[in-house]
Write a protein that binds this ligand. Structure first.
Ligand code: SF4
Length: 487
């Protein structure tokens, strides 16, 4: 879940033809956004276009300073899917207020002087890039982990976390377990009144004693990268050996045995591990410690193409969603219906209070209810559509009890509560033990196209600063990538 400098685009207004919608299956080239990015050669801010050609997204950059044009394939997604995920942004969502001028050359990696952010207080999720060192060298890694950068200083971490309360603080890398002081970092995040979440490749968690240390320090939630449960596609996808796969499986067993709250992140490649989607869902039904399955289609950033990956390995988000839906025997529209439902709740609540701390509601997430024999939809499609309509028409309180069957009321109210409360974190896991969230989203793509217009979280995924301290990005990365997520 890294992002390359080559593909950071500062989005401007989408063009008219896109605003009006594209026709599904259309194969001719379409301009999706006209925006800005960084020149991969001179690193100046230059013009960049996102285009769609035959259901694949490309970024095309023109550098007038170097007289070069760069084109990169990013990912597979149909114009129809792009249209589905457009949505209205709540007015109080944190936004970036400044734009870098064309030709600008970044002087430092601290963006606090370069960009302004408003509504910072509404954040609920921050990512700290603790190190860019890693004990793996995955072929699909966007991060230049081989390129040495200084680790984030403990003093800086203290400075950042003390600005927040009840925030999900994601300890991120590279591989954060390479830091000897990780237990200390976890403990200081915890003591600051925030919730630490570890994002890891899991290798070091195969050592149960080490895991016990992290738990003792206050860690409860782990985002764990694992591409397969039944064989070793890591060897193909990540270029690492069998031994690593065994360690990862051992780490998963340890996490389950020690009752962590687990999110599995799997990168899904066509023809390599797409069959794992139903297997992960099945596995999660037997292990309530797994609260989320996050499937990410491969997004090309340049490096993967040199490593033998190409167009033929790309899946669109819909293809993965369909695979999950087929297994669960639910309607293929279920993901999109959830998206509309969640955004309707967010927009409804954001009109009620400017103080709400709203979570990230990315496209492509569904919630399922755990039952004895596996998962069932949390709400049926009809109920969700009715509720969405009621929310959009501002009539939810009148209609809620009429629309939702009594057995769904508890979930709906809990969902509202979690959305409305800043502490709606995965730490409060009673709710999460009864449901599974499945997410399918391309991370790079998300930051490129997710929300139209510049007043959106898109920009926040690129730069973040409160004017004093850079959150998420410090000197440890060679690019201004994703610094803050919302959850
Ligand atoms: S484990 Fe993560 S950070 Fe490390 S090389 Fe692989 S993708 Fe990159």
């Amino acid at each position: 879940m890294k992002q390359d400098i080559m593909h950071n685009v500062l989005l401007e207004e989408p063009l008219e033809d896109i605003k009006q919608g594209l026709t599904a299956g259309e194969s001719k080239e379409k301009l999706i956004y006209s925006g800005r990015s960084f020149c991969p050669s001179c690193e100046r801010v230059i013009k960049a276009n996102l285009i769609s050609r035959d259901n694949f997204i490309y970024i095309v950059k023109e550098c007038h300073f170097e007289h070069k044009v760069f084109e990169n394939l990013i990912q597979k997604i149909s114009p129809n899917e792009l249209n589905e995920i457009k949505t209205k942004i709540p007015a109080h969502w944190p936004v970036i207020t400044k734009k870098l001028p064309l030709g600008y050359i970044r002087k430092t990696n601290n963006h606090s002087e370069e960009l302004g952010v408003k509504n910072i207080k509404n954040l609920v999720f921050a990512v700290l890039l603790l190190t860019n060192r890693c004990n793996l060298g995955c072929k699909i890694c966007f991060q230049k982990t081989a390129h040495f950068r200084k680790d984030m200083e403990l003093a800086q971490i203290k400075q950042i976390v003390k600005n927040f309360k009840k925030m999900l603080i994601v300890l991120f890398g590279g591989e954060p377990t390479l830091r000897d002081d990780l237990p200390e970092i976890i403990s200081l995040v915890k003591k600051s009144g925030n919730f630490p979440i570890l994002f890891t490749n899991g290798l070091k968690l195969s050592d149960r004693k080490y895991l016990a240390k992290l738990k003792k320090a206050g860690l409860k939630t782990v985002f764990f990268t694992l591409d397969s449960l039944s064989y070793n596609p890591e060897a193909v996808i990540r270029g690492i050996n069998e031994h690593c796969y065994e360690k990862k499986i051992k780490a998963l067993e340890n996490l389950i045995a020690d009752k962590f709250n687990i999110r599995i992140n799997a990168t899904i490649l066509k023809g390599i591990n797409e069959n794992q989607v139903p297997l992960f869902i099945k596995y999660a039904s037997d292990h309530p410690e797994i609260s989320e399955l996050f499937f990410r289609p491969l997004c090309l950033t340049g490096n993967e193409e040199w490593n033998g990956f190409n167009k033929s390995h790309l899946l669109s988000p819909s293809e993965i969603m369909n695979s999950a839906c087929r297994y669960l025997q639910i309607d293929e529209d279920y993901f999109f219906a959830w998206d509309k439902f969640k955004w309707a709740i967010v927009n409804y609540l954001s009109d009620k209070s400017t103080l709400l701390k709203l979570p990230q509601f990315s496209p492509g997430q569904i919630y399922l209810k755990r039952e004895k024999n596996g998962f069932v939809p949390l709400f049926d499609l009809g109920i969700m559509r009715d509720l969405t309509e009621a929310l959009e028409n501002n009539k939810i309180y009148n209609k809620l009890y009429k629309i939702a069957k009594p057995k769904n009321i508890g979930y709906i109210l809990e969902l509202f509560k979690r959305i409305a409360a800043r502490s709606a974190s995965m730490e409060s896991s009673d709710f999460m033990k009864t449901v599974l969230r499945i997410s399918v989203r391309p991370l790079i793509g998300e930051s490129l196209y997710m929300l139209p217009g510049s007043e959106s979280i898109v920009d926040n995924l690129k730069y973040f600063s409160d004017g004093k301290v850079s959150v998420g990005f410090n000197n440890s990365l060679p690019r201004p990538g994703m610094g803050v997520f919302f959850e």
